[in-house]
Design a binder for this molecule. Structure first.
Ligand code: LMR
Length: 398
């Protein structure tokens, strides 16, 4: 019966995590999947989360089904965090927000919703983008296209080419944008560039779908959400997927949100209803624990402040690692090769320009794991391994 089912070649990112776990070498370094590791190479349990878990365990509540759309106070806290509590769109109640299964779950519910209510819409994604964006939107039945984004020659952005393309695509098209900390390149639009892009989106009637999986890892919680807030302020009707996987180190809890910015509160209520219908058809209702933990932190001024501090530490450590790797590579290469992009790219990822065969050699010969595209996850670096990584890169680049 199942003879025609082909083997699964494995996910390009998650399969590397499995290979890494099976690698017996003591000096192996995981720079592939987007996980934040601390200086000791461990996934942190944030202190604010530990305290939230303790508080919750002292007050055990039954584990019934959550509402389809998730926990109401959690959903409000998501809106406040993503848009800012005093954003006009929040106060006007013109945003529909549901609790989602991480950022991927938000993308999937949004994609299904788009397929149903905008059946002819096609989606435009940055070249390159996170591999799973393509899988999720194609899986939901949308046609995907790409717009120019990364400039391999400079390690920067092809902004003019991006704008030309977006000016020419059909009105009503969906445009996937990364709020900050672009995955996989680490190359973001500047505020000035967003200010040029946003009017084009609004005037041309494009539908932005903003993925914000790394809020707080670029410049700060508010700074990283600036693009989302500016879009909503300019009157864009937009989808926003946000994730607490990385910034709360709650990967396995699958906790995030999907917000849809509408024109008015009545439309938002209808959209919320249809998002609920989409969830019910998918997985019925979301899980409890992760959202309770996030809620417990965000509703407490003390725990939120502590969280912001712990996040600032993670962000600072990544920046430090960028500087250290840049320094070590500059020592090895001098003027022969420019690694300045390590300092200008932001967030967890950098696109290194290391080719697929070189990535292969890094893994096989040195136990240094990158994604085959040459994407490096900077948060896998530590003071203990950065020299080993620089030496390995110097070895394969020759
Ligand atoms: C990544 O890009 O490494 C992360 O978003 C994790 C994932 O699920 O791929």
């Amino acid at each position: 019966v199942f003879a025609h089912v082909p083997p699964y070649p494995g996910d390009p990112i998650l399969s590397l995590m499995e290979a890494f776990q099976q690698d017996a070498r003591a000096d192996k370094v995981s720079l592939s999947i987007g996980l934040y590791f601390d200086e000791q190479g461990r996934l942190p349990v944030l202190d604010c989360v530990r305290q939230a878990a303790q508080a919750l365990s002292q007050n055990a509540v039954p584990c019934g089904y959550l509402p389809i759309e998730g926990i109401a106070p959690y959903r409000q806290l998501v809106q406040d965090l993503v848009f800012g509590a005093d954003h006009e769109a929040v106060r006007a109640q013109r945003i529909a927000t549901i609790q989602s299964l991480g950022g991927s779950g938000a993308l999937k519910v949004g994609a299904d919703f788009i397929k149903r209510y905008f059946p002819d819409a096609e989606i435009w994604l940055s070249d390159p983008t996170w591999e799973n964006h393509l899988a999720i939107f194609e899986g939901a039945g949308l046609r995907t296209h790409s717009y120019p984004y990364y400039d391999a020659a400079t390690g920067g952005l092809r902004f003019d080419a991006m704008m030309d393309t977006l000016r020419g695509i059909p009105s009503g098209s969906v445009v996937l944008l990364h709020a900050s900390c672009h995955n996989p390149t680490g190359v973001d639009l500047s505020r000035e560039q967003w200010q040029q892009l946003i009017p084009v989106i609004v005037e041309r009637g494009l539908i932005p779908f903003v993925d914000m999986a790394y809020q707080g890892f670029g410049d700060g919680l508010d700074e990283d959400a600036w693009s989302v807030r500016a879009l909503a302020e300019a009157g864009a009707q937009a989808f926003v997927a946000n994730s607490f996987s990385k910034n709360f180190s709650l990967y396995g809890e699958r906790v995030g949100g999907l917000s849809v910015v509408c024109n008015d509160a009545t439309t938002a209520a209808n959209v919320l209803g249809q998002l609920k219908a989409t969830v019910r058809r998918n997985y019925s209702s979301p899980p409890t624990q992760g959202a309770r933990l996030v809620q417990q932190v965000l509703q407490s001024p003390e725990l939120s402040a502590q969280w912001a501090g712990e996040l600032a530490e993670m962000r600072g450590r990544i920046k430090d690692m960028r500087a250290r790797l840049h320094h070590a590579l500059h020592e090895r290469f001098g003027e022969r090769r420019d690694f300045g992009f390590l300092l200008t790219q932001r967030g967890m990822f950098s696109y290194t320009g290391i080719t697929e065969p070189q990535v292969h050699r890094l893994r096989v010969e040195h136990g240094v794991y990158l994604i085959r595209s040459g994407r490096m996850c900077m948060s896998g670096l530590s003071r203990a391994n950065v020299q080993h990584v620089a030496d390995a890169i110097a070895h394969v680049l020759g």
